[in-house]
Design a protein around this ligand. Structure first.
Ligand SMILES: NC(=O)c1ccc[n+]([C@@H]2O[C@H](COP(=O)([O-])OP(=O)(O)OC[C@H]3O[C@@H](n4cnc5c(N)ncnc54)[C@H](OP(=O)(O)O)[C@@H]3O)[C@@H](O)[C@H]2O)c1
Length: 329
């Protein structure tokens, strides 16, 4: 079943209100994207650092060149990596992403994180200084950086530009100088971390919200362990008794309830899965409605800041940078 809800971006383009996440899809990326396209997904989220752009590119190339899908019916997002958060590097990373994705343009290009990291040739991943901390750049020049993002629109490499993991004050800085306003803000957002002030701010400023970690990624600890980091105490949103109760009432799964909640508050979730059954489940959320009673219960499950899981602490020391966007834990 195809996603039937769209968010309209400032340029008038419509973004499907549900997308496919591709963080940590590894060698299963191409197959997952193929399955997702078969099932009607038309919005795909990636990033330079996910290592999924090449697999997505292969799948897209096959679908577009065989005429099974038209390029203009797809909505593809990718992101400038932290090592690209510098005015001199935007164009280079934008071009690298287009090459990997085998596309002439993307629909949305986001600044992945407001902190810039030093670049070592041959890697897109920040490196560590001798003191064990991430090699970061000085304070980000958001105005100069955004100008370079705007140039990517002018050059036809992306239809829209936006931000990810920016806070209200940082978005305000960009808005003040922008010739092309940010079309989208992608942040961690789910039933446990509802970020209402941020969502309202974006609505008032015509910025579409995309939610990452919409399911509070049940596999995040597998990723942390694999890269040698300490596992975290992850809340079990899909096992929350209130979510389970609402799921039973609608004969839906807990994942469908928490995704539908986001759709009904006007936010586009981008759940990741490589499993066909879950891909089916996640897109089958456009044939039912949560009523006001359900919404009230779900709104009441918001835990605020303590529920923030993606604090980017895998990049040791970034929390000391002046552009670190999140409040202290
Ligand atoms: N901008 C940013 O800084 C940022 C940060 C993080 C993520 N993102 C983007 O947001 C996307 C979504 O976030 P995420 O992947 O981290 O977390 P998520 O979508 O909340 O959770 C993904 C996990 O949930 C499992 N899952 C998927 N559907 C399910 C279902 N119906 N029932 C039970 N489990 C299910 C997946 O399992 P399987 O893997 O086994 O299928 C996977 O382990 C990412 O993939 C990425 O594109 C952006």
């Amino acid at each position: 079943m195809a996603a039937k809800i769209y968010l309209t971006l400032p340029c008038g383009q419509k973004m499907p209100g549900l997308g496919l996440g591709t963080f940590d899809t590894n060698e299963e990326t191409e197959a997952a994207v193929n399955t997702a396209l078969e099932l009607g997904y038309r919005h795909i989220d990636t990033a330079f650092v996910y290592d999924s752009e090449n697999g997505i590119g292969r799948a897209l190339n096959q679908w577009i060149s065989s005429g099974k899908v038209k390029r203009e019916d797809l909505f593809i997002t990718t992101k400038l990596p932290m090592v690209g958060v510098h005015p001199d590097r935007v164009e280079m990373f934008m071009k690298k992403s287009l090459e990997s994705l085998q596309l002439d343009y993307v629909d949305l290009y986001l600044i992945h994180f407001p902190v810039g990291c030093k670049l070592k040739e041959g890697t897109g991943w920040p490196y560590l200084e001798e003191n064990g901390e991430t090699a970061v750049e000085g304070k980000t020049d958001h105005v100069a950086l955004w100008k370079k993002m705007e140039e990517q629109v002018d050059a036809g490499r992306t239809k829209n530009i936006g931000l990810s993991n920016y806070n209200i004050s940082q978005i305000t800085t960009v808005l003040k100088s922008a010739r092309i306003k940010p079309a989208c803000l992608q942040v961690e957002l789910n039933v446990y971390l509802q970020q209402r002030e941020l969502v309202d701010f974006c609505k008032k400023n015509g910025i579409a919200n995309v939610a990452y970690f919409p399911l509070v990624n049940p596999s995040y600890n597998n990723f942390l362990t694999r890269i040698g980091q300490e596992p975290k105490q992850m809340p079990n949103l899909l096992g929350d008794p209130e979510v389970v109760k609402i799921a039973q009432k609608h004969s839906k799964s807990p994942a469908q309830i928490v995704l539908r909640f986001l759709v009904q508050i006007g936010v586009a979730p981008i759940p990741k899965s490589v499993i066909r059954q879950q891909l089916v489940e996640n897109i089958s959320i456009f044939d039912f409605n949560l009523d006001e009673g359900d919404m009230k219960i779900l709104r009441g499950l918001d835990k605020g800041e303590p529920a923030r899981m993606a604090r980017f602490e895998i990049f040791k020391g970034v929390d000391k940078h002046p552009d670190y966007p999140f409040p202290e834990e």
